[in-house]
Design a protein around this ligand. Structure first.
Ligand code: ADP
Ligand code: MG
Length: 712
């Protein structure tokens, strides 16, 4: 008989267990989301207590929070006339000592804590008349009286609202494992992989995660089950990636053409090692038969533009066109200026021309380009005389025809979805899809990138061009230092520099945020920054006014720009050397880092002031910013502080299958799971030879995946 698979277990309801039944217990399990044996076995303990080395009365130190596992020796509830007892005192003992557990106004504790009952008590240890005690500890009943708990006690998640004691879950789990013993569990991961990675079997892991004999067993179990979670996620991503490659035809670009070399000769600096590596990775993709889907991660100022332009020139030198898409019109215009500057003096060999060469034609296309100009650009895109188009999403709208779109660069677009891909496909010649490079200045840790962007390839610019003056970041922790921040602004302005002031972030309401920005603006113009030319920028201003304020700042007609976070992305004014961020503790690490990236863009040294209330306990995020200007290092810290929930849920819409695995602590395992996923999929693209694995992975598929992967 074959072993049990997860779908087998999912088909068996928990009501069939003696430990559950069909009454109130069943309801409690169901309210916890446990309806079948698969869900029960995947309801992992939230912690494991090793009774042999921890959680003893002796080890519980005065004044600390401690966990004690022991047997109730006595319980007393002094009666009161006509009323329930006000105080229950139980004494717990474990062979190393005794301790009192004291409860007020919980008369039912007397029944719960019958002598002989084994419990885990968690609470603050104090001393009363020389003896240790805990007042109102959290109690987990570990077994009925005289049922001695295991050496390692699993403690299951508890909820205030649902009555499902840990020991009840444990009994249900024990019963399940006993019933499954004869048939055993199927292991969908090939033996060869398990041996190579030193993973125990699935069945052994399920037993040891719930009923370990030692902490080592528990670790082995966790590693195996975490691997399974990560492998499932990676299999979905890798199957998607490979299917895309199979299904789509791309252009084999000419990577030996002259233009990329001419670009290199035209720029007045050496490329960084990271830029060279990224360009190499991109060219490798471009030369291949499949369209590229690559993410270029690089901190602010790392030099992504050059890499992007190089990719577009690779298309141009083979007779195709390049396009760069920015999220806003302002950014598109900025890119157009930057790209034109970069391409000054780069010409295209042209045999038809009298002089052998023609200039590159770079055009801007946004909704602001209208009339004859627009017609001219559209005609040029269609007949191929425009080499590089820069714009917003307007570029892939209907009615925009390209002669032969070869490479598309998408800036700051975190998710380049199925729809956009379809629109792009329509822009290609025939059924040929252009190559896509997605650029982001928001570094995310490697493990997270592999998971969130797992269907893309990733290149990283982890090196800044030399000679940058690092931004000095200072924390104004209270009013005295805040005054120093304003002094920096006044000093820099008197030197001819400019400054940004970022207003407090108010999540709940844009209206409040605007009001507070207005208030900040009024105060600063009349007090701290009186006499300076101060402008105000916020999201509620009409677009034209936003533009005119930005333009005035860019031209140096304003000294200080007071703004909400609308300035976060892409604003580039090299003369700005100070940024003051008010209520900095309200922002996340990534956002602070992005904001700070608006300064330090010219040759003058820059300062960023983070202003907060006085904080005796410090603030981990603000301290991280003061300590580092490296976006990748900060992204790692962010992951440590916030956990992976945020990254996963925004990018994967809550489809978070990771219960045990952590992108933070299982970095090695994420990489291994990805490697194994590639091995398996490359040998067996639709998992036809791994039916049990396919059944599990399918649980994570979207309707799109099903349609795309299994269309006949
Ligand atoms: P990003 O888009 O990654 O924020 P940019 O491409 O705008 O960065 O580059 C930032 C600045 O660095 C630009 O002024 C650019 O000219 C300059 N730059 C890019 N690459 C190099 C390099 N290898 N050496 C020196 N300066 C460089
Ligand atoms: Mg290609």
């Amino acid at each position: 008989m074959s072993g049990l698979t997860l779908p087998d277990l999912a088909a068996l309801g928990v009501e069939r267990l003696r430990a559950v039944g069909t009454g109130k217990r069943l309801e409690s399990f169901q309210r916890f989301g446990i309806t079948n044996l698969h869900e029960l076995l995947a309801h992992y303990p939230r912690r494991w207590v090793d009774r042999t080395t921890e959680a003893t009365v002796e080890a519980a130190a005065d004044g600390t929070d401690a966990l004690v596992v022991g047997e109730i020796r006595t319980v007393q509830a002094p009666p009161r006339r006509g009323k329930a007892p006000a105080r229950v005192v139980a004494v717990i003992g474990d062979g190393t000592g005794r301790m009192s557990l004291v409860f007020f106004n919980q008369p039912w504790r007397e029944r719960q804590l019958q002598p002989g009952t084994w419990v885990a008590a968690f609470g603050k240890v104090s001393r009363f008349q020389g003896a240790k005690q805990m007042t109102a500890p959290t109690i987990d009943v570990l077994g009925a009286p005289d049922e001695r708990p295991r050496p390692i006690v699993p403690i299951y998640p508890q909820s205030e609202k649902i009555d499902l004691p840990s020991w009840v879950v444990l009994r249900a789990v024990e019963e399940t494992l006993t019933r499954c013993r004869e048939r055993g569990f199927d292991d969908p991961v090939p033996m060869e992989v398990r041996t190579r990675l030193g993973l125990i079997s699935r069945g052994e892991a399920l037993r040891r995660i719930h009923l370990p004999e030692s902490m080592v067993e528990k670790h082995q179990a966790r590693r195996r089950l975490a691997f399974d979670e990560l492998l499932r996620v990676q299999l979905v991503l890798v199957m998607r990636k490979r299917a895309l490659e199979r299904e789509s035809r791309g252009i084999r670009h000419e990577i030996d053409g002259p233009l990329v070399g001419r670009l290199r000769a035209a720029v007045p600096y050496e490329l960084t090692g990271a830029q060279q590596r990224a360009i190499g990775e991109i060219e490798h993709d471009l030369a291949g038969p499949h369209p590229m889907h690559r993410l270029l991660q690089g901190d602010v100022g790392a030099g992504k533009t050059l890499v992007a332009v190089s990719a577009m020139l690779t298309a141009v030198q083979g007779g195709h066109q390049g396009a760069l898409m920015a999220p806003t019109e302002v950014l598109a215009e900025q890119h157009a200026t930057g790209v034109r500057r970069l391409l000054q003096g780069v010409t295209v060999p042209d045999e038809g021309s009298l002089f052998g060469d023609r200039p590159l034609r770079v055009e801007l296309l946004t909704n602001r380009v209208a009339g004859a100009d627009r017609r001219d650009v559209l005609a040029g895109l269609a007949d191929g005389s425009v080499d590089i188009a820069i714009g917003t999403h307007a570029l892939i709208q209907e009615g925009v025809e390209f002669h032969s779109l070869g490479v598309v660069v998408v800036d700051e677009q975190h998710r380049f979805g199925v729809e956009q891909r379809a629109a792009l496909k329509a822009k290609g010649e025939g059924s040929v899809e252009p190559d896509v490079l997605v650029m982001t200045a928001t570094p995310i840790p490697r493990t997270a990138a592999m998971t969130v962007y797992g269907d893309l390839d990733v290149s990283v610019l982890d090196e800044l061009p030399p000679g940058r003056t690092p931004i000095v970041t200072r924390w104004a922790n209270g009013p005295l230092l805040e005054e120093a921040a304003w002094a920096t602004v006044r000093d820099e302005v008197s030197e001819g520099r400019q400054a940004y002031v970022v207003c407090p972030l108010i999540d709940e309401s844009e209206k409040l945020e605007v009001a507070s920005a207005q208030e900040t603006f009024d105060r600063l113009s009349n007090l701290e920054l009186k006499g300076l030319r101060v402008g105000l920028l916020h999201g509620r201003l009409p677009a034209t006014e936003k533009e005119s304020v930005m333009d005035a700042f860019r031209r140096g007609e304003l000294d200080v720009l007071v703004a909400t976070t609308v300035i976060e992305v892409g604003v580039d004014v090299p003369n700005a050397t100070v940024m003051v961020i008010l209520d900095a503790d309200r922002f996340g690490i990534a956002q602070l880092h992005q904001l700070r990236g608006r300064v330090g863009r010219g040759q003058h040294p820059s300062t960023c002031w983070l202003v907060t209330q006085e904080m005796p306990d410090g603030n981990a995020r603000v301290e991280a910013l003061v300590g580092s200007t490296d976006g990748f290092a900060l992204a790692e810290i962010d992951l440590d502080l916030r956990g992976e929930g945020t990254i996963m849920s925004t990018a994967q819409k809550g489809r978070n299958d990771l219960k045990l695995a952590s992108l933070r602590t299982d970095r090695e395992l994420v990489g291994l799971a990805r490697e194994v996923a590639f091995e398996i999929v490359d040998a067996d693209p639709l998992l036809a030879g791994h039916p049990n694995l396919l059944d599990e992975v399918r649980l994570l598929f979207t309707a799109d995946d099903e349609a795309f992967l299994f269309k006949s």
